[in-house]
Ligand binder design. Structure first.
Ligand code: UDX
Length: 461
């Protein structure tokens, strides 16, 4: 159960919801936070999950969990990068269709008993692009959870439309010349996933767009002050269903309870010994991987910056490197700390942390905004590129490192963020945004109001 003090629990309302998270860390965190939020609104919760990356059930004794086979047995979380994300998503969207259909049908059947809460709605991750079809077959309403930013929706729809107009494969010479309607994105900010089979990506996106049209509403982990509806209209995105921006979810319930890896709390003790605002926190999320040459540049850039740092080097982050080079570990001693997985929300809230060098996953971006920590952006793939562009050029709460950054670029970016007047201005804008986010989840705030509307919407099914 969440441990944030100001969540008010409403009485049970007799309606049940079935939630179906995508089994990746960033998606599991968002869906289980949403589950807790809706539980606090009086709904009973059933979570259908794959065996692969199964959530830690004991942390959620108030939910009913149902596991389905996924055909990926034996695959662990850190092996995803070897398999390729797109291949993984495609396999899941084939393997899980029948198990999910059977499990949902059984859940609806067992809850039809008058003594149980009637299931009012299925809420599934937008990447499960067969779930609307099954909801229709079983005659149950479905809402969609998008775990990415609203701005990235426009990025994905632009990607599809440019693909249809023959813009791809991208030519390097075109990269700085975006079609007008793409603003503020450049072609290189489009949410592309590296793949040998690009058609697979377009098929996935097409299916997601089709599914969205059939659902009963979209739940977004964002907030109106950050991503107002008009911004998305100008991005040419059409959302044909009601949108409920009730985020950031982790303002209600933390991500730590759904962490798939053990969080190393020693990082907090180390932070206690550092000066206020002095430490750069470095993490590239749960999926991204870098090669050994890039690792070397990052490590050298960190050392040359002469700034204290806390770096998350997750198993699987560096391709072809099982152990960190001894000479780097020696040089780090005293000025930096490396951990495999950190309690990220607590780290960002720590007064010693003055900057976050991030891959710009949406959860990380929101967590940084909520703690008022300015960012250095190094997007790796997909929606992270769109987020980085908005962070650096629209919200102006971070600096962007372009392409494969070299040690000198890295050193300069760190110094600019942590030590310059420009860095102070960025920090000031981040603080203003933090004040807005603090307000939006309070009574009369935009996300608070959107949550009340979402609850009324779900109760009407
Ligand atoms: C990807 C996408 O890029 C993202 O936009 C999408 O919403 C989910 O999938 P991912 O690499 O998982 O992202 O990053 P992110 O969305 O930032 O989520 C990472 C989560 O792991 C965060 O909630 C963060 O707090 C947590 N984390 C990260 C830890 O608990 N410890 C760490 O050391 C690093």
């Amino acid at each position: 159960m969440g441990d944030l003090g100001d969540v008010v629990y409403k009485p049970r309302n007799g309606h049940g919801l079935v939630l179906f998270p995508l089994p990746l860390q960033g998606h599991i965190n968002s869906m289980l936070q949403l589950a807790n939020i809706l539980y606090s609104q009086g709904f009973s919760i059933t979570v259908i999950h794959t065996e692969f990356n199964s959530p830690s059930l004991s942390k959620f004794p108030h939910f009913t969990f149902r596991s389905i086979p996924d055909g990926l047995s034996g695959e662990g979380h850190s092996s995803i990068s070897d398999m390729g994300i797109l291949t993984l998503l495609s396999a899941l969207n084939v393997n899980c269709v029948e198990p999910f259909r059977m499990c949902l049908a059984e859940t609806l059947q067992s809850n039809s008993d008058a003594s149980k809460d009637r299931i009012a709605c299925l809420i599934s991750d937008s990447v499960w692009h067969f779930s609307q079809r099954i909801a229709d077959e079983l005659n149950i309403r479905r809402m969609e959870l998008r775990t990415t930013s609203i701005s990235s929706f426009s990025g994905f729809s632009a990607l599809l439309s440019l693909h249809k107009r023959g813009y791809f494969p991208l030519q390097d010479m075109k990269l700085e010349e975006p079609p007008m309607e793409l603003w503020p994105l450049r072609l290189k900010d489009l949410p592309i996933l590296e793949t040998e089979n690009p058609e697979e990506l377009y098929r996935l996106l097409e299916s997601m767009v089709k599914e969205l049209k059939g659902c009963s509403g979209l739940i977004s982990n964002s907030f109106e002050e950050l991503e107002p509806a008009k911004l998305n209209e100008s991005g040419g995105m059409e959302v044909p269903v009601p949108v409920f921006s009730i985020g950031p979810f982790h303002k209600y319930f933390p991500a730590s309870s759904s962490s798939l890896l053990k969080q190393d709390k020693s990082s907090l003790l180390w932070l206690d010994k550092q000066a206020p605002n002095s430490v750069l926190y470095v993490s590239f999320g749960s999926l991204a991987s870098i090669d050994a040459a890039q690792f070397e540049e990052i490590a050298s850039g960190l050392l040359e910056s002469e700034q204290p740092f806390l770096w998350v080097v997750r198993p699987g982050l560096v391709h072809g490197l099982d152990l960190l080079p001894g000479r780097f570990m020696g040089a780090v001693s005293g000025r930096g700390l490396i951990v495999q997985w950190a309690p990220q929300q607590e780290v960002l809230a720590h007064p010693s942390v003055g900057g976050f060098w991030s891959h710009c996953g949406w959860n990380s971006t929101l967590e940084s905004i909520c703690e008022g920590v300015p960012m250095i952006c190094m997007p790796c793939f997909g929606d992270q590129r769109v987020n980085a562009r908005f962070i650096s050029h629209i919200w102006r709460i971070g600096l962007q490192l372009e392409g494969k950054a070299q040690r000198g670029d890295i050193r300069n970016a760190i110094r600019r963020l942590m030590m310059s007047e420009e860095g102070e201005e960025i920090r000031g804008r981040m603080r203003n945004l933090k004040a807005k986010v603090d307000y939006c989840v309070k009574p009369e705030g935009s996300s608070y109001d959107a949550l009340q509307s979402l609850t009324t919407h779900l109760l009407s099914f």
